[in-house]
Design a binder for this molecule. Structure first.
Ligand SMILES: CC(C)(COP(=O)(O)OP(=O)(O)OC[C@H]1O[C@@H](n2cnc3c(N)ncnc32)[C@H](O)[C@@H]1OP(=O)(O)O)[C@@H](O)C(=O)NCCC(=O)NCCS
Length: 168
């Protein structure tokens, strides 16, 4: 019988290409129609395999969802970048390839991030999601996040709101 082993582990340099592919697919899926097209293409182009390879090489905190023959998603995290908010840690990005969404893997990655942050002295965390990204807003609300801040973000000539969710 075939059994697929699913693991969550730290990213390795050999994963850079696969993470870039997940990033590309997930960002198009999540942000098309929300972020102006030209800006979205620019943001995706900037994050190719070389960008991810450099991030992994410098030791960025980056977890991947490993399905043995495919990377299904990734999460990056670290210290909270907004000093006026008390949360110690921050989930910078959590993205799953579209065909891995809605199956419970986002929750698993989120919990792994939370556990690693807590183990490293960051018991509370913050995550930002774009207004209009309903799936992400429902996801963080469903996990118990509280809306703690709202801030504008500029995309070219257009402005969107982003919302911070706090987890104590
Ligand atoms: C947002 C994302 C990380 C969620 O991961 P996921 O694996 O799809 O979500 P899960 O299956 O783990 O769902 C966990 C909970 O989130 C909520 N949720 C997830 N998808 C939802 C949806 N489409 N609508 C409403 N609630 C949803 C539910 O409360 C769910 O709990 P339940 O399983 O008990 O019903 C994933 O869908 C994704 O990568 N989306 C595109 C990229 C993105 O928007 N990333 C976040 C950027 S800030």
């Amino acid at each position: 019988m075939d059994q697929t082993v699913i693991t969550i582990r730290r990213a390795r340099r050999v994963d850079a290409q696969s993470i870039a592919a997940v990033h590309d697919a997930a960002w198009r899926d999540a942000y098309r129609g929300l972020i102006p097209g030209r800006e979205l293409e620019r943001m995706i182009a900037r994050r190719g395999p070389a960008w991810w390879d450099a991030a992994i090489a410098r030791g960025s905190r980056l977890l991947v969802l490993d399905f043995a023959d495919e990377i299904g998603g990734y999460a990056s995290y670290g210290r909270n970048r907004v000093p006026s908010l008390p949360h110690r840690g921050e989930l910078f990005e959590l993205y799953l390839a579209p065909h891995f969404q809605g199956l419970g893997f986002g929750r698993k990655l989120f919990e792994a991030v939370r556990a690693d942050l807590a183990d490293n002295g960051y018991p509370s965390l913050l995550v930002w999601a774009l207004e209009g990204n309903e799936r992400a807003l429902a996801f963080y609300e469903g996990l118990g996040g509280k809306r703690v801040r709202c801030a504008p973000e500029q995309f070219g000539h257009e402005t969107r709101e982003r919302i911070a969710f706090g987890f104590e």
